[in-house]
Ligand binder design. Structure first.
Ligand code: GAL
Ligand code: MG
Length: 992
């Protein structure tokens, strides 16, 4: 057989070609084992305007791995390729097979000394990932080519490498290709080599693949099966080769003879090792128990030719009816979607970065990650195995711009099958991988079924899913999905599915609760549904990171991987901002839609994370129907008891100091609950009147792999006494002078602690949700931001002054009345009414806004906290007494918007330099204290455009619209909207 010595011409424009002379992927990790030469580091580099352009004499240098779009190098050819963000559309309008005239092509070159000892060995070049087409040469000889931007390409370079000499390796990376059309995911477009490159050498007799199946049998016995796929570079295997193995904790070695079962020809060796492991420690996300496994391939004389090491976990996964079972248990999937992202490198993520991502997920209650929308670095799966996260492993297939067409296109059939098969062959041994995904947003066609067919035959131990397939209708044959995995369905839609009587598969949302900006409203409503409707089992929040790239303001370029101080310095360091679509001059673009994660670009958790943490609480509290002095404690885990946790009680009331007491957690197995006594001395310190809250702070008792001892994991809370005190009692007007109410001739309150008087507020700086799927445009048409006040009249009646005003909007007039009463001790009582006309049927807020005197910038409050909370997102903020500088109450969402609110506030105070003001509210209300006005926030596109005002703007709202998730998904639920009619609220202002 002769093999061509050059890759197919113009292979970047040939979807039917997925690779040339590329080795099959396998599960034998050569990353950090055996003989290898790392090739990461500085390479010669030129960026050409196209794959057929001529090289210049002048080279620059870049680091590998790296995205050239964020690296600083000498751009000899003036290609000027920067990050480009699109969601659905391709960067160009023409349909496939069109490719743009300028097609940035990186040529990477370096020398590598190969030791003389590698002579006669099998030498393989491993390129971890390159986007989107990779062509490899060694010493001027083409050795292979490949597509599939998030999986490795391996080439046998034994014939091209000169052992004992210096060799030149060249890697050519073509950015745009036929493959781009199936890599049209919603994130930044980059270019480059994005994972590690190395050479490794094996014996001519080698392990081509190892497959580990580690299941569980009733009674707790682990069933291990190892299938080793053995090859020889010369084809025929020598007589007498054999395979042995060892498993951690097992004395006897695992031994077998070659079975040769599959082929008699002697070139395809298969050896199978099996073992029963009694009383095995089962793997789950809660109990990530791993066993080290070594597989050795022996030459006929018994010496070791090759070795593969991995860690395996014994567990089962199955779909039974409409339940997904792990080790026989129906576990809730508390998932999040994760992209490979980094604000400095684009998408080069170190192992430390991956660990930091997963550790953050674990600390905030996540137990699952979907590798949206492509296979991740194998190191991430090792970490998921080790830390305990279920993984939906997704193939790199998304043809969103040409949604349904490519799935029917015969030319792309090989790409669909290859992308799924290569992922599965690589990742099959990871216990963390519980579900395979055929990709994302690519319509549904026979190309999917082709991939699913291969997969169902190859791996019978895991279910597979594909969102596109569920639209084919409930009655079809479910070739391409075992799970109903919709995205962004509303709560009532999934409940309706689960209660329809027609549900046949588990429903786990592949995406929900879009975390863009100030978001994740109604997460608690989703979890109420998941936990109460059989058939609903959780989902994956969209998404983990905000993809803001750190950008230098001086020249508009990406700050780049070498930025001193690391990305943690972020925008705080002068001269940077978080860039989103359009900020690099990229058109078309989808703006800030890439900043839609649960953590800011520097990985600071956003408030949605606190919400999730509490909803995932492993320990729950409830008040018993009877039994004073007791609370019900429930272990809400699937597999663990409570011995790894400790607790602390915390008693809180609006007018009293916090009381703490250690808590002994009861010995509860998974799912069990019991009544426990609240320490009597704690109860003895309850105030005599008014509401009282009891919180249980639950922490790790020892170091966990993902949390040091003492890390708080949840803080469930119950209200021991509901009764509340009247506003005036709480305001505590003391004996003393009654200073007359002062209003100016326009009816504006004049008060020494106010820089601007309290007026009606009907508007907030639109959130991303308000802008992109909610009513912000309507609010603009209605003129809510600029509703003009005109005074109707001022009436005095003794100590009481009533000011009436009208606020004109384009959709009607809001009539506002403010009744002001001076009370003893200098307390001002403000009673307000707003009559909102029918035309204003969906408002962001109805409430009061004023500005505090300069210098009052330290806040204290009693209400939900300490983090930001809103009417449809406050589970993560237990009620209590909190304090912080006002500037710390603000959440710096990548695109400025309504931010920093606190829900259910009973009172708050602002102070500074020995003076202050306190406001008591008639009932728990939404409050925000900020150095920015709503108009400031709405006008800014980035934070560098914002200047903090010296005086604090105070909003206290009679009603405030929930934040919802409308930027992608359902709008704020009707229960959290603000409608027309009469709104009444009152508050007191006292000066200190
Ligand atoms: C989904 C898609 C994600 C992302 C998200 C919106 O439709 O699968 O990749 O685009 O919407 O942020
Ligand atoms: Mg998409």
């Amino acid at each position: 057989m002769t093999r061509s010595s050059a890759p197919p011409p113009r292979l970047w424009d040939a979807p039917e070609i997925t690779g040339w002379r590329r080795l099959p992927l396998h599960a034998v990790s050569r990353r950090d084992q055996g003989d290898r030469i790392g090739l990461d580091g500085s390479w010669r580099f030129q960026l050409l305007p196209g794959p057929e352009s001529e090289l210049a004499d002048r080279w620059s240098r870049v680091d590998v791995p790296g995205c050239w779009t964020v690296q600083d190098f000498d751009d000899v050819h003036g290609v000027g390729d920067l990050p480009h963000y699109t969601n659905v559309p391709m960067p160009w309008p023409e349909p496939p097979p069109h490719l743009p005239a300028v097609n940035p092509t990186g040529v990477y070159e370096r020398e590598v000394d190969v030791p003389a000892g590698w002579l006669g060995r099998r030498i393989v070049m491993h390129v971890g990932a390159a986007e989107s087409v990779l062509i490899a040469d060694v010493n001027g000889e083409p050795v292979g080519a490949g597509k599939d931007a998030h999986l490795a390409s391996e080439f046998d370079v034994s014939g091209a490498v000169r052992a004992g000499e210096s060799n030149t390796v060249r890697l050519t990376v073509v950015k745009w290709s036929d493959a781009s059309y199936v890599e049209d995911q919603d994130h930044w477009w980059h270019g480059g080599i994005t994972r590690s490159v190395f050479l490794y050498a094996t014996d001519p007799l080698y392990l081509a693949d190892v497959r580990v199946t580690a299941g569980l049998e009733a009674g707790g016995t682990g069933r291990l099966r190892v299938d080793a796929d053995v090859r020889h570079t010369r084809g025929v295997l020598p007589e007498g080769w054999h395979v042995s193995g060892s498993l951690e904790g097992r004395e006897e070695p695992l031994v077998t003879e070659p079975t040769g079962e599959r082929r008699a020809a002697g070139w395809q060796g298969v050896a199978t090792l099996t073992a029963a492991v009694p009383d095995v420690r089962a793997w789950s996300a809660e109990t990530p128990e791993l066993y080290a496994l070594t597989v050795r391939l022996h030459r006929p004389d018994g010496t070791v030719a090759d070795e593969a090491r991995c860690r395996t976990g014994f567990r089962t996964v199955e779909v039974r009816g409409r339940d997904l079972l792990i080790n026989g248990e129906r576990v809730f999937i508390r998932g999040v979607n994760r992209h490979d992202f980094h604000p400095l490198t684009g998408r080069i993520v170190s192992e430390d970065d991956m660990r930091a991502d997963l550790v953050t997920m674990k600390r905030f209650g996540f137990n699952a990650v979907r590798t949206s929308h492509y296979p991740n670095d194998p190191a991430l799966l090792d970490l998921a195995d080790e830390l305990g996260l279920y993984v939906v492993d997704e193939a790199d297939i998304e043809s969103h711009g040409h949604h349904d067409e490519i799935a029917h296109e015969p030319g792309y059939r090989p790409a669909f099958v290859e992308r799924v098969a290569r992922m599965v062959t690589r990742d099959k041994n990871h216990p963390s991988v519980i579900i395979w995904s055929l990709g994302n947003e690519s319509g549904y066609g026979p190309n999917h079924d082709a991939a699913a067919g291969w997969l169902r035959r190859y791996d019978r131990t895991r279910p597979l899913q594909y969102e596109g397939a569920i639209h084919a209708g409930w009655s079809q044959t479910w070739t391409a999905t075992d799970i109903v995995c919709p995205m962004y369905s509303a709560v009532d839609a999934i409940v309706e599915h689960a209660t329809s009587g027609g549900q046949t598969k588990p429903l786990i949302l592949c995406e929900y609760s879009h975390a863009m900006g100030n978001s994740n409203g109604s997460l608690a409503d989703y979890w109420t549904a998941f936990e109460s409707a059989p058939g609903l089992q959780g989902g994956f929040i969209w998404e983990f990171w905000d993809h803001g790239i750190l950008q230098r303001l001086s020249d508009g370029r990406p700050a780049g991987p070498g930025t001193v101080g690391g990305y943690a310095a972020g925008v705080a360091a002068l001269g940077y901002r978080w860039a989103y679509g359009g900020d690099f001059g990229d058109t078309p673009n989808d703006g800030a839609f890439c900043a839609d994660g649960l953590v800011l670009p520097d990985r600071t958790p956003k408030p949605g994370m606190d919400e999730h943490r509490e909803l995932a609480a492993p320990v729950r509290l409830r008040l018993p129907d009877s039994g004073a002095g007791e609370v019900l404690v429930r272990n809400h885990q699937h597999f663990r008891d409570l011995s790894w946790l400790t607790g602390e009680w915390r008693l809180e009331a609006p007018g009293s100091a916090v009381v703490l007491a250690p808590a002994d957690l009861p010995p509860l197995g998974p799912g069990e609950s019991t009544a426990v006594l609240v320490p009597p001395d704690l109860l003895a310190r309850m105030p005599e009147t008014g509401e009282v809250w009891l919180r249980l702070s639950v922490r790790t008792a020892d170091d966990e792999a993902w949390a040091p001892r003492g890390t708080e994991l949840c803080a469930p809370q119950v209200r021991l006494r509901r009764e509340t005190l009247g506003l005036l009692t709480r305001a505590g007007a003391r004996e003393g002078d009654v200073a007359p109410v002062r209003v100016d001739d326009q009816g504006f309150v004049v008060h020494p602690r106010l820089a601007a008087p309290p007026v009606l507020s009907l508007w907030r700086a639109p959130t991303d949700n308000d802008r992109l799927g909610g009513p912000a445009d309507r609010w603009a048409e209605q003129g809510l931001a600029t509703a003009t006040r005109s005074l109707t009249d001022i009436k005095r009646d003794g100590e009481r002054v009533v000011v009436r005003a009208e606020y004109a909007t384009a959709a009607g007039v809001v009539v506002h009345e403010q009744a002001l009463t001076a009370l003893a001790g200098g307390v001002l009582l403000v009673e307000e009414t707003a009559v909102v006309p029918e035309g204003l049927n969906d408002l962001p807020r109805v409430g009061t806004v004023f500005t505090a005197a300069e210098g009052l910038d330290q806040a204290e409050w009693f209400g939900h906290g300490p983090g930001e909370t809103y009417p449809d997102r406050y589970a993560g903020g237990p009620v209590g007494r909190y304090g912080a500088p006002v500037r710390e109450l603000f959440t710096p969402y990548v695109r400025p918007q309504e931010s920093g609110g606190r829900h259910g506030v009973r009172w708050f105070s602002l102070h500074g330099a020995g003076v202050g003001l306190t406001v008591h509210l008639d009932e728990p209300r939404q409050v925000s204290l900020t150095h920015f006005s709503a108009a400031d926030l709405a006008a800014a596109e980035h934070h560098d455009e914002l200047a903090a005002r010296p005086c604090v703007t105070v909003h206290l709202d009679a009603a405030h619209r929930g934040v919802g998730t409308a930027s992608c998904g359902p709008d704020t639920l009707p229960a959290y909207r603000v409608g027309p009619g009469t709104h009444r609220w009152s508050w007191t202002l006292s000066a200190m």
